[in-house]
Design a protein around this ligand. Structure first.
Ligand code: PGA
Length: 259
């Protein structure tokens, strides 16, 4: 696992956006796994700027988002489809027909989850998977105790996740209880995984992810088993790491390997 600790959240954001832009330049027809949440807004802002500067084109890319709330149509203000249009899709050259999210309003959500998993397989699986991190250690909406071998399916959100996302809704009771999420097994099939977390609220989850036992109690800890996983964090999110000196020695200030 590559661990890049940056001096600021903005530098961590820039690092992740630059990794994705570089991937698009090396492989313009990349299959991207995309994430939502507050963490990613700044990443997408930098990618939009890179696109406008002619440094990133999504024209030949395909994307699959991690998750969507069950019950929300794509035009719902709280849907992740809406989030993606607002923060990325409407401002870059991605082909909307190749920008995929699960349909939250599908009549049969379980069938929709199976269809989504099959679509990812048919695309040859994810090439570059972007991940945020829940304060409870979730990736996608794979909450603690999710099977580490799971595929795309319906998950019940924890109370802490609903509370963390309540800021996007008028009333707390409007936050959906269920989501369709790529499984942990789905994510683990990606060629390359880049996880971004910043801020003190994530420091315990970051320590469990990097240094804890591999456990469904912290779903992100499965990334210890991924052959090409990069964890990009800031100082605040690194606060609970025990082997900090080693990470700094290998990648000073989150930069290229020093040795
Ligand atoms: P956040 O969510 O970026 O809004 O903190 C991350 C996550 O829950 O995966």
């Amino acid at each position: 696992m590559k661990i890049l600790i940056h001096p600021s959240a903005q530098k961590a954001v820039d690092c992740v956006a630059d990794l994705l832009a570089a991937r698009l330049r090396n492989d313009p027809a990349s299959v991207l796994g995309l994430a939502t949440g507050g963490t990613m807004e700044a990443v997408y802002a930098r990618l939009i700027a890179a696109h406008r500067a002619g440094q990133a084109s999504f024209a030949r890319a395909t994307s699959f988002n991690l998750d969507e709330y069950v019950g929300l149509a794509p035009d719902h203000a709280g849907s992740y489809w809406r989030y993606m249009r607002q923060h990325l899709f409407d401002q870059v050259d991605i082909d909307p027909s190749r920008a995929h999210l699960p349909r939250g309003d599908a009549a049969d959500p379980e069938a929709e989850a199976a269809r989504y998993e099959a679509a990812i397989v048919a695309a040859g699986d994810i090439g570059f998977q972007l991940l945020g991190l829940g304060a409870n250690g979730h990736i996608g909406f794979n909450e603690p105790t999710s099977s580490l071998a799971s595929l795309t399916r319906i998950k019940t959100l924890t109370r802490s996740t609903r509370e963390a996302n309540a800021r996007y809704y008028d009333r707390p009771e409007d936050v959906p209880h269920l989501a369709i999420t790529m499984g942990i097994g789905t994510i683990m099939r990606a060629q390359e995984v880049v996880l971004l977390a910043y801020g003190a609220a994530k420091s315990r989850a970051v320590a469990a992810l990097i240094e804890g036992p591999i456990s469904a109690a912290c779903p992100a800890s499965i990334l210890q088993m991924h052959r090409r996983a990069t964890v990009v964090i800031d100082e605040a999110a690194a606060a609970d790491l025990t082997l900090r000196a080693y990470y700094d020695e290998v990648h000073p200030k989150g930069g290229p390997a020093a040795i």
